[in-house]
Design a protein around this ligand. Structure first.
Ligand code: FAD
Length: 350
């Protein structure tokens, strides 16, 4: 198979990859976006059907073009899929699908990108593969002997299979709160969190989280680690979560100590019978394709210098979380980081 050539390969065609494409196009750099999904939308295509954004449409936009208004204050995930699909077409972003990148290797001063549809060579790589394909499952004693159903947020597709059951929901963030809110109208639920969940006031939404994340990142960069009043993990009181609170379904308990064959051992030594566990315990960056590079690590992740890997100025990371720019894992936040990333590549490659 032949090797195709371009200057920059963007791996991942979700919101982060598209934001990068927007700025690469403006900069006039030749590039290609490789995405392993069959259609546009990134991980938003796979989120559970009832998921709603935690910000209004006007505050959930990529660079250059606002998201169209939705009939609901907090648009459903399907609205984002439509927006990303139209965004891609509007800017004629060169996305190849479905193409899965299997390995990235050094190749002279650039990289060779091996995929399920042949190889590419490029001077620079922007990794925008998100986290959805790497769900994080914590380990608890008894997990393997539990005979009920265990699923992760990534597999949740609605309350159908747990209707009428007794379900433990684990996790204190927005996913857990929204999934708990939904399941609790169909099943008996218990909510377990490792720290007490922090609820935002009813009139505060994701806009504020974005502003706080930005201020916090700037303060940290300036050496001020005094914390903040809210973080992206804080629970936004979207209508379904407010409704669950009003029904008394949002009572969190200290994380259980272990599972048994048909229940959990609570922190005070009691036993609760349950039929299923939904682990809303987060995700990790999808970076397996970079293994051949043996990138230097720090604090359990990749050692970074700004937005690129330390010592590797043309290996850029985008959209994974605050370590790739404040609020860069949000629709409204990723544009700013994408702009910095492309500015960096423009000056490095020329
Ligand atoms: P993704 O959307 O995951 O896109 C990455 C793409 O790369 C995918 O298509 C993936 O399949 C592909 N890919 C992965 N590996 C490879 C490979 N090796 N080769 C080729 N392609 C590959 N943000 C908000 O702003 N507002 C919200 O309300 C909000 N709610 C959220 C609710 C949930 C439940 C979750 C999980 C996230 C939410 N977020 C929200 C956060 C954020 O917007 C999403 O996580 C977002 O999808 C991240 O975009 P991304 O482009 O970085 O990754």
């Amino acid at each position: 198979m032949t090797t195709a050539r371009t200057r920059v390969v963007v791996i991942g065609g979700g919101q982060a990859g598209l934001a990068a494409g927007y700025y690469l196009r403006r900069a006039g750099l030749e590039y290609m976006i490789l995405d392993d999904q069959p259609a546009a939308g990134g991980s938003w295509r796979d989120h559970w059907p009832s998921l709603h954004l935690f910000s209004p449409a006007a505050h959930s936009r990529l660079p250059g073009w606002p998201m169209s208004p939705s009939s609901q204050e907090f648009p459903p995930g399907s609205h984002v899929v439509g927006y990303l699909s139209a965004y891609e077409q509007r800017y004629e972003l060169p996305v190849r699908r479905p193409v899965s990148v299997t390995a990235v290797r050094r190749n002279g001063s650039g990289y060779r990108i091996d995929t399920t549809a042949g190889s590419w060579s490029a001077e620079a790589v922007i990794n925008a593969t998100g986290t959805w394909s790497r769900p994080f499952w914590p380990t608890y004693p008894g997990m393997r002997s539990f005979r009920g159903r265990q699923i992760h947020t990534a597999q949740y597709d609605g309350p159908g299979t747990v209707t009428g059951r007794r379900v433990a929901v684990v996790g204190g963030g927005n996913s857990a709160a929204q999934i708990l809110a939904e399941i609790s109208t169909f099943a008996d639920t218990l909510w377990f969190t490792t720290r007490p969940p922090r609820f935002l006031p009813d009139d505060v939404d994701g806009r504020v989280l974005f502003d706080v994340a930005t201020r916090r990142a700037r303060a940290l960069a300036a050496g001020d680690d005094t914390g903040g009043v809210a973080g992206l993990g804080d629970v936004v009181m979207v209508p379904s979560v407010r409704d669950a609170r009003d029904r008394g379904a949002l009572r969190a308990r200290t994380m259980f100590a272990a599972l048994t064959t048909d229940g959990v051992v609570t922190d005070d030594g009691g036993v609760e019978r349950i039929d299923a566990v939904v682990w809303c315990t987060g995700f990790r960056p999808a970076l397996r394709h970079l293994r051949p590079l043996h990138l230097p690590t720090a604090d359990g992740g990749i050692a970074m210098d700004g937005l690129h890997a330390a010592g590797e100025p043309t290996m850029v990371f985008l959209g994974y979380g605050d370590w790739t720019g404040p609020a860069s894992a949000t629709l409204i936040g990723v544009g700013r980081t994408a702009r910095y990333a492309v500015e960096h590549l423009t000056s490095t490659l020329t």
